[in-house]
Design a binder for this molecule. Structure first.
Ligand SMILES: Cc1ncc(COP(=O)(O)O)c(C=O)c1O
Length: 369
């Protein structure tokens, strides 16, 4: 049996009948940039995220960069985040002129350890970016408390967490801004590049609307220099079609995670993903931990099973950040996880049979050890 890591083709079959006429209509009306699809999506996604405003942008990276710019983070500032994330989180920080400062993550959830933040705050700290990794929210209350105490902004990287809950609150709705990616493989994915910022703050909404559109207040009147970072109408149309189904797709992912947990519980040497008491995760990624990660990955590949590594090198040890001078051993939990994590196939349409096959193969390999 072949079980891909991700299969977007099944999902397309489900929505094809709505996508094709939407694209045809956009072409016929020559409505490509902005317009009713974009404003419609912004209204619907703001409501989905329990947020007052949503600004559609070109990518999750733009969302993070524009949010940082909108709150005035720039040269000489520091932003606290984690090394166990996709590089876009720190690219956004560096590209506005600031410096990422890393805190380590918790071993069980692989997410930001809030108790380490206080020790990294300096006079230059302007913001904290917790990353809701794998579709599970970070423990936000202690982070919000520390931020409030030091008058620092919190920007949520919710690029993997569309619809995830923290104590009943939606990912993205708690900080000054929540940033989303709609990269095709995400739980809510476009058919190209797309992203969004949600916020409760009118001023931030206004600023990001300008930043994403060359700093225009009105056509050809530029209050500031901005970017070409708009969401296009066809992607917005795709996202509206998918958003209607997102809750049910997220529920299916949760069911799949539950079945994985049942099948893999008690397998010696394998640690299962932990869902914290405060969280309702949406399982963008289902990652197990084990010592011989590379051996199992090869075994599963030979059995026709797709897997992923999220992430194989923590950001502080990437070549791109060699100039920061971090050494092996400086963020030990992230370093250990990077060698132990293995992401198993996860998408809403996975069948029980497929999950059982993956789990049987994991057991077969672990039994031989
Ligand atoms: C945690 C995280 N942050 C930021 C991004 C960047 O999003 P995009 O690829 O849409 O620019 C991603 C997407 O892969 C992500 O997973």
């Amino acid at each position: 049996m072949n079980v891909p890591f991700l299969n977007l083709k099944i999902q397309y079959k489900e929505i094809e009948k709505e996508v094709v006429p939407m694209v045809t209509e956009a072409m016929s009306n020559a409505a490509f940039i902005g317009g009713p699809q974009v404003t419609g999506f912004e209204t619907e996604f703001a409501a989905f995220c329990d947020s007052k405003f949503c600004i559609g942008v070109n990518s999750g990276t733009d969302a993070l960069r524009f949010a940082l710019m909108a709150i005035g983070v720039g040269a000489g500032d520091e932003v606290i985040t984690v090394p166990n994330t996709f590089i876009a989180t720190t690219e956004a920080i560096s590209q506005v002129g600031a410096t990422p400062v890393f805190v380590d993550v918790l071993k069980d959830t692989s997410e930001m350890d809030p108790s380490l933040i206080e020790g990294k705050i300096s006079k230059k700290t302007k913001a904290i970016i917790p990353v809701h990794l794998y579709g599970q929210t970070v423990d936000m209350d202690p982070i919000m408390q520390t931020a409030k105490k030091h008058n620092i902004a919190v920007i949520e990287d919710a690029c993997q967490a569309h619809g995830a809950l923290y104590k009943g609150k939606k990912a993205g709705s708690m900080g000054v801004a929540g940033c989303f990616s709609f990269y095709p493989g995400k739980n809510l994915g476009a058919y190209g590049e797309a992203g969004a910022v949600v916020t409760q703050d009118k001023e931030i909404d206004k600023k990001i609307r300008m930043i994403r559109d060359h700093g225009q207040e009105q056509k050809y009147y530029h209050a500031i220099e901005g970017y070409n970072g708009r969401l296009d109408a066809i992607q917005a149309g795709v996202l509206r079609i998918k958003l209607k189904r997102l809750q049910s797709w997220n529920d299916s992912r949760r069911q799949n995670a539950k079945y994985y947990n049942e099948q893999l519980s008690g397998v010696k040497g394998v640690t299962l993903p932990v869902e914290a008491d405060f969280a309702k995760a949406i399982y963008h990624i289902y990652a197990i931990h084990l010592d011989d990660r590379d051996g199992l990955q090869k075994f599963l590949t030979d059995k026709g099973i797709g897997t992923g590594l999220h992430y194989p090198v923590p950001l502080h040890l990437q070549k791109a950040y060699a100039h920061m001078g971090y050494k092996e051993g400086s963020l030990p939990v992230s370093e250990s996880l990077s060698k132990r994590l293995l992401s198993l196939p996860m998408f809403p349409e996975l069948t029980r049979e497929e999950i059982k096959y993956v789990c049987d193969c994991v057991k077969e390999y672990m039994d031989k050890k």
